[in-house]
Ligand binder design. Structure first.
Ligand code: RUB
Length: 312
């Protein structure tokens, strides 16, 4: 949890891959790529939910594998790996900046915007709108059990934006005062559903009931190609001790504790997704997937999956 948030998880993993490339003492191309692939496999295992992680790893490994065929030396592939990692990290920064510019246009003077957890993409929208002179206020949920809402509240308050911190459970109490719900994404599925911090789906449900619009800020590397062939996004369950100490649990008695960290919001509760390529309705997710990953046939999809499991 020292590295959290889907964008940071992806860029940190890619930077780790870059370190492996820099430090490798492999003497031939084959060994060099094997070392990188082994590291990629370890990194892929670190977190199950944020699709940005496999997409970031693939971004580098696709370029490394393509270079392997033509490169004449390890040094040449090493340069490709280092540059690909730099390019991906830069791409994440540019994407979040662009999402800020695009999303800011949808914030109006006088709006009350509610956000959940701590998303760099959602914060980019809000701070960009504020810098453009829009006057609005925010509700920020605490986001139990790890209180990532405190980080968001701090970032927004530091930018000068009025912030009201609320209990996660108070969302429906305040929803009539809210104009827009704005959240980030750990993954977007092919049918436009959103995987994000647990509680997002209840907030979206409350917003839907109250006719409040729901915006998602998501870079295109948060879209999941596997979901095109029916794979589900795995939801990470974290340690029960995040919720309750062992001592307290012993006092309560024989009780099972479940602590899923993310949940799935169906597309019907989402008004739009703000990507760095523009604004799309949730059902436009397929277009983004095809444009970004260029995967159209079931055969190509299978290849993509094989790559993830066997090669990267
Ligand atoms: C973070 C979380 C964020 C998304 C998007 O959960 O759910 O909303 O990851 O963040 P956790 P970003 O803190 O448990 O990792 O827009 O920064 O990628």
């Amino acid at each position: 949890m020292r590295i959290r948030g889907a964008r940071l998880i992806a860029s940190s993993a890619v930077e780790a891959l870059q370190i492996v490339a820099q430090d490798s003492s492999a003497k031939d191309k084959e060994n060099f790529v094997t070392q990188l692939s082994d590291a990629a496999r370890v990194l892929l295992e670190t977190r199950p939910t944020a699709v940005s992680l496999p997409n970031g790893i693939r971004y580098v490994m696709h370029r490394v594998n393509a270079a392997k065929a033509n490169a004449t030396s390890v040094a040449e592939i090493r340069q490709v790996a280092i540059k690909a990692a730099d390019d991906f990290v830069e791409l994440t920064r540019t994407a979040v900046g662009r999402i800020g510019e695009i999303g800011a246009k949808r914030i109006r003077d006088g709006d009350v915007v509610l956000t959940h957890c701590n998303s760099s993409a959602a914060i980019s929208v809000l701070t960009t709108a504020w810098k453009l002179g829009k006057k609005f206020e925010t509700f920020v949920t605490e986001t139990r059990p790890r209180f990532q809402g405190h980080l968001t509240a701090h970032a927004l308050a530091r930018a000068g934006i009025p912030v009201t911190l609320i209990l996660d459970d108070a969302v429906r109490y305040f929803i009539q005062d809210v104009d827009t719900v704005l959240v980030g994404a750990d993954a977007i599925t092919a049918n436009g559903a959103l995987v994000n911090k647990v509680g997002t789906s209840m907030i979206a449900l409350a917003a839907h009931e109250a006719n409040v619009e729901v915006f998602v800020a998501a870079e295109s590397y948060k879209f999941s190609p596997e979901t095109m062939i029916g794979e589900l996004v795995e939801i990470e369950e974290r340690d029960p001790s995040e919720m309750i100490s062992n001592q307290e649990l012993r006092k309560i008695g024989r009780v099972k504790v479940r602590n899923p960290s993310f949940d799935l919001t169906p597309p019907k509760f989402i008004d739009l997704i703000i990507t760095e390529r523009g604004i799309i309705p949730p059902l436009g997710a397929m277009l983004v997937l095809q444009e970004v990953f260029g995967i159209v046939t079931p055969e190509e999809l299978r290849e993509y999956q094989t790559y993830r499991i066997d090669e990267a």
